[in-house]
Design a protein around this ligand. Structure first.
Ligand SMILES: Cc1ncc(COP(=O)(O)O)c(C=O)c1O
Length: 405
């Protein structure tokens, strides 16, 4: 696998940032797009565009078929049992909101408990907070330890006969910790508690298999998988989709509408109201093909190698404090440098073409727990190399020089 050849598939790397080659290390936020995805969007708009699932003219039929082909590819990618279990949303946030709203409406009442962890992104806390406000439910937080991990015993200890759902991240977007999802699902199954997995950082970087994981819901952010913005996926077991009410109402999601009653079709139609992000979903099919062509196992191996090199290099700099040290981790390195605000770090790195993220990364609970308000975060993608890490370490040393740390 030649990473430099893979990199040439991404037109953005032809550009200079502040006169320097782009070193893109903000992949946990969103990834860059290969030419095949960009071209697919353009081809769809130039040659195939129509709204889908409504008209019967040729363009509409072709567009509908192309859209549905992505659903099939996604089913295969995550090994879901059926295509009905794949629902397109506008992002992972909407996928989690869909579950919190529909499952919450139907199955969660006052005093019921929702179990999440201190590692969660706001997308996997705020929707449950809305439900807490609406229904008088209780949110319990499984504690994270100094390594930025959540021990399964912390989760075990919080499960009661009032626990109605466990909602956990697959891979922390701050510490990189990979949650033992299968073990948690096994634990939950004994008590018949459904498990939602926020797979935003899992889907692009880990092999994910719904039959192996066994979770009930899995939320995916397609723009982090080298795909277009405006696309998310909710995987849900059919048994839930059959009983959950629709999320949003409107065109495209009804069976029959009368003045005194409305009936709804099955999934996924019931959950996909209004005109969808048609071109983006079609474009996303090329992202799945891109990942499949390289092979997720090769991606994992490559990112592991760069991560280990990155950790080793950054640890050589005594002024840098890496946030967490999980044993089982994905390709994310969050850090602080004493005496330099993370926004200043990101700005100085940007001068050298290095794109990282600075802030709380939508994880304020975790940052507060770590006693900081923000951190800098370098997160890897398939196109990153050891040379990128060298530029990053040199740019960090430049921060040390400027701030005399
Ligand atoms: C762990 C995690 N969950 C949820 C999200 C939200 O994803 P989206 O913005 O696609 O809804 C992100 C995005 O950064 C994330 O990293």
């Amino acid at each position: 696998m030649d990473i430099n050849t893979i990199k040439t598939q991404f037109p953005i790397f032809k550009n200079k940032i502040n006169g320097k080659p782009l070193i893109y290390l903000d992949n946990a936020n969103s990834s860059q797009k290969p030419k095949s995805v960009i071209d697919r969007l353009s081809k769809f708009y130039s040659k195939e565009f129509s709204n889908i699932g409504r008209s019967v003219h040729s363009l509409a039929v072709t567009a509908t078929n192309r859209f549905e082909e992505t659903r099939d590819l996604m089913r295969e990618y995550i090994n879901a049992k059926s295509r009905e279990e794949i629902i397109f949303t506008k992002n992972a946030t909407e996928a989690i909101n869909l579950v919190a709203s529909t499952y919450g409406d139907k199955f969660i009442n006052s005093g019921d408990e929702i179990l999440i962890t201190e590692l969660e992104h706001h997308a996997n806390y705020v929707p449950w907070h809305f439900l807490r406000k609406k229904k008088g439910a209780v949110i319990k937080f499984a504690k994270s330890n100094d390594k930025g991990e959540v021990d399964i015993d912390e989760i075990k200890k919080l499960i009661t006969n009032k626990t109605k759902i466990i909602s956990i991240t697959h891979l922390s977007n701050v510490t990189g910790f990979i949650m033992p999802v299968k073990k948690i699902v096994d634990l939950a199954r004994e008590k018949k508690i459904p498990v939602l997995v926020d797979g935003c950082q899992g889907a692009p970087h880990l092999k994910i298999d719904m039959q192996e994981l066994g979770c009930d819901f899995y939320a995916i952010s397609c723009h982090k998988m080298y795909g277009p913005t405006g696309v998310g996926v909710l995987y849900a077991k059919k048994k839930w989709l059959d009983v959950l009410p629709p999320y949003q109402g409107g065109g495209g999601m009804i069976e029959e509408v009368k003045k005194d009653n409305i009936t709804f079709p099955g999934s996924p139609t019931k959950f996909e109201a209004g005109t969808l992000q048609t071109a983006e979903v079609v474009g996303f099919s090329e992202s799945i093909k891109f990942i499949n062509d390289i092979g997720i196992k090769n991606i994992m191996e490559h990112e592991k190698e760069i991560l280990e090199y990155g950790l080793e290099e950054i640890r050589k700099n005594n002024s840098v404090n890496i946030i967490g040290n999980p044993k089982n981790r994905g390709s994310i390195i969050s850090f602080t440098i004493k005496g330099i605000h993370p926004h200043d770090i990101a700005t100085i790195l940007d001068e050298d073409g290095v794109a990282i993220r600075a802030g709380h990364h939508c994880c304020q609970i975790l940052h507060e727990k770590m006693g900081i308000s923000a951190s800098a975060r370098a997160s890897l993608g398939i196109y990153n190399t050891k040379d990128d890490i060298d530029v990053l370490s040199d740019a960090i040393k430049k921060c040390n020089k400027i701030f005399n740390t």
